[in-house]
Ligand binder design. Sequence first.
Ligand SMILES: NC(=O)c1ccc[n+]([C@@H]2O[C@H](COP(=O)([O-])OP(=O)(O)OC[C@H]3O[C@@H](n4cnc5c(N)ncnc54)[C@H](OP(=O)(O)O)[C@@H]3O)[C@@H](O)[C@H]2O)c1
Length: 282
Amino acid sequence: MPARVISGKQVAAEIRQALSGRVQALRARGVVPGLGVILVGDDPASHSYVKSKERACQELALHSVVRRMPATAGQHEVIAQVEAFNRDPAIHGILVQLPLPDHIDEQAVILAIRPEKDVDGFHPVNVGNLHIGSRCFIPCTPAGVMELIERSGFELKGTHAVVVGRSNIVGKPVAMLLLSRHATVTMCHSRTRDLPAVTRTADVLVAAVGKAELIKGDWIKPGAVVIDVGVNRLGDRLVGDVDFASASPVAGFITPVPGGVGPMTITMLIKNSIEAAERILG
Ligand SMILES: NC(=O)c1ccc[n+]([C@@H]2O[C@H](COP(=O)([O-])OP(=O)(O)OC[C@H]3O[C@@H](n4cnc5c(N)ncnc54)[C@H](OP(=O)(O)O)[C@@H]3O)[C@@H](O)[C@H]2O)c1
């Protein structure tokens, strides 16, 4: 039987519906959740992501401010803008669109964000709190991955989850979140020996690699939940890290690319921004 396709588009729409109620409740108490975005340079992909974030804010009636800075902006100027958002009571969440130009130290900029406004969840305080299981902002893509798994109705407790990719923004936080839901977690990376042998043992497989269609159907355990984070251009098509055609007859659940994890990421950013505003009200 072919896998059930988990539509991130549909799940994101359901979550946004629920979030709109939370925005209305905040507005009734005189608070409009605000997101401040800093975009440095001319990277077309970054500009397009920021546009989508602005659109999502508009759709949900959030206040959003985008500060566009030239690629030549100095690190001190970017940090000064972060600090201005830190002080601004109308801005509850701050996002610095990555990557930053090479002459800027990303970690220094992230460190300047007040952790309670760090809606991307990249500040070391939020990263540390995620690891020790304390309240934190969960990075948006990993949070989206977890929502998709949970809404598939799959019970994670006691299962074997394999995460391919160990980046700070996707692989590592996804692994911590799976562990916190009592999965037994294996992390794989570019030096993992015999990757297909490891992925074949996965009840849940999360692919966050950035290599077009790396993971084939015969790398997948029959019935597994397969979450494909990858976004890769293959000719004129966008494809994931999983070869959907060979994987979907084997998997139990699978996310498509596009329309899987992608729509969840911005939705989770909006959710974190709303939560940041709610926390201020207590
Ligand atoms: N949908 C979304 O909203 C969203 C958000 C973020 C990212 N993405 C996509 O997700 C993918 C991963 O993003 P990322 O930022 O995590 O990438 P990244 O920082 O480049 O990390 C890639 C990871 O994959 C591992 N890797 C590379 N080649 C491998 C191979 N042949 N076998 C096993 N592991 C391998 C790397 O191992 P080493 O550590 O050993 O180098 C690294 O840990 C990209 O396609 C990106 O575009 C999508």
